[in-house]
Design a protein around this ligand. Structure first.
Ligand code: FAD
Length: 478
């Protein structure tokens, strides 16, 4: 007998026979505590999240997804969905709930003739990068290759080549979705267009995506990319110059700033290890010679400790930050968007660096805009197209004893940078204590999302996510 959390908050008992019925409907398998695959499924990237589902369904395809959704619906069981397990909020796993785990579904099929890819929902960014690069193609995704494609896409998705080719959602052609009533539908510009609109930024609120179809672009095999590292004492001036470089950058050029204690990188002189530094991480998505010209201004700034910008395989550059972002550590984030990076914001960030609570804690400022900004705010559910910078206060540590200090440091810097920030926030960077920011994440698109939620999931079956409540029938009638 399994005890599972019900949709009504009460415990549901699932007897062996009922579980066997589910098992017999699956190509994959179910697992509970102690079974093979259970720990693998329940363990996610953020080590702060240590939860134990009542039952895990390890799906192998759309039929398994449908069987799991129907089982949870018929038995009124609360269900979470896990793609790559990378979300900071950890909503893929809930104590006592049923987890639909898609992490075994990682196939990526590329059609080089049409420059498209069909990607299963458990694929990681590394899977997508490798399979597309075999054909000299790429999809704009995030900067950490162990992230899942599903959660990233459903929230928006941006990284090194987004300014040139748009966000991940801007390259989504269609998605196959299992909806709350167990239907299998395709969402695209021509089929279920409202659902398609909502999936592009609205998160896991509308159904379970079994696979995505993406448009690809010629990139690589090498891109001019790498790091330029400066002493943090030079940062007040350099960050202002960074701001100007970003303002005038071609779409091909993306530069992110990271301020932190220097990790023991092999190319960094040892005396700098553990000292506060400003890191410019840059990538040029285009011709090498043009890239050299476009990066010249950045590389001429100040007196860097090291400059390791050179041609790198695109697949390698996509994974360059993986060693600093390994799973299992404790993590807490606070994020803000900025249209402009004011002097006051720069000063505030740099003051907080004097009090960094740990060697893995950092502030990164992602340079966005470009093609991403040339899409209307209401063209997809993702509304903050105007942001030019996204700051993530990223605290990361090992010992539970440091939880309070790290979380408070992040919240403090977040509060202090409020004055010049944009009102928006990227839903994929929201921790689980930020329910109140849903309106910031969706802005003017929230009401339309609620209306589409009422069509596709009126009972809010898919609720273990940054939850968009369905519009009430009385509201819809108005
Ligand atoms: P999961 O934790 O598996 O899923 C998150 C949520 O997505 C689930 O709770 C569920 O609600 C929903 N979901 C997942 N799969 C499905 C599905 N198939 N159908 C329906 N709903 C589903 N984002 C960027 O845009 N750019 C970056 O550069 C970037 N860098 C990151 C670096 C790190 C270290 C981390 C931890 C995250 C980063 N992110 C970045 C954020 C990332 O996009 C989100 O964390 C995203 O949610 C991860 O997707 P996932 O599938 O791994 O997550």
């Amino acid at each position: 007998m399994n005890e599972l959390k019900g949709l009504d908050g009460c415990t549901k008992m699932v007897d062996a026979e009922t579980r066997e019925t589910l098992d017999s409907a699956l190509r994959g398998y179910t697992a509970t505590l102690g079974d093979h695959g259970f720990d693998e499924a329940r363990t996610i990237w953020n080590g702060m999240i240590d939860r134990s589902p009542g039952l895990v369904v390890r799906a192998l395809g759309t039929s398994d997804i449908r069987a799991a959704v129907k089982f949870a619906r018929d038995n009124a069981i609360l269900m979470s969905v896990r793609g790559g397990g990378h979300q900071i909020a950890g909503l893929a796993v809930e104590d006592g709930a049923m987890m639909l785990d898609l992490s075994l579904m990682r196939s990526v099929h590329v059609d080089p003739a049409t420059r498209t890819a069909r990607v299963e929902a458990g694929a990681l960014l590394a899977d997508v990068d490798r399979e597309t690069q075999v054909h000299g193609l790429a999809l704009p995704v995030g900067v950490n290759s162990t992230t899942g494609i599903a959660g990233l896409t459903l929230g928006g998705g941006f990284g090194w080549i987004t300014r040139k080719f748009g966000m991940t959602i801007d390259n989504l052609i269609s998605a196959d979705v299992v909806t709350a009533d167990g239907s299998i539908v395709r969402a695209s510009d021509t089929e279920n267009p409202q659902l398609f609109w909502a999936l592009r930024g609205g998160g896991g609120n509308f159904g379970v995506v079994s696979s995505f179809e993406f448009r690809l672009h010629p990139v690589g095999p090498e891109v001019l990319s790498g790091l330029v590292i400066h002493p943090v004492s030079d940062a007040p001036d350099l960050l202002k110059q960074f701001r100007n470089i970003c303002a005038n950058a071609p779409d091909e050029l993306t530069v992110w700033s990271v301020i932190r204690k220097a990790p023991p990188l092999p190319f960094l002189p040892e005396e700098w290890h553990g000292k506060e530094v400003l890191i410019f991480a840059a990538c040029y998505a285009g011709d090498m010679k043009d890239g050299e010209a476009a990066m010249a201004g950045l590389r001429a700034l100040g007196s860097p400790i090291v400059d390791v910008i050179s041609p790198h395989p695109f697949v390698g550059w996509q994974a360059a930050f993986d060693p600093l972002l390994t799973p299992g550590e404790r993590n807490y984030w606070k994020s803000r968007d900025f249209i402009e990076l004011t002097d006051r914001t720069i000063d505030t960030i740099l003051k907080s660096i004097n009090a960094l609570p740990g060697p893995q804690c950092e502030v990164f400022i992602a340079h966005v805009g470009g093609a991403m900004a040339r899409v209307a705010n209401d063209a997809t559910a993702f509304p903050q197209r105007a942001a030019h910078f996204t700051m993530n206060v990223h605290t990361r540590w090992s010992e539970t004893a440091k939880d309070k200090a790290c979380i408070e440091w992040a919240r403090d810097l977040f509060d202090k940078t409020a004055a010049d920030a944009a009102p928006s926030v990227y839903v994929n960077f929201m921790p689980d204590d930020e329910e109140g920011r849903l309106a910031d994440a969706y802005g003017g698109n929230l009401e339309r999302l609620r209306s589409i939620k009422a069509t596709y999931d009126p009972e809010n079956f898919f609720r273990l996510n940054h939850n968009i409540l369905p519009e009430m029938p009385s509201q819809a009638a108005q």
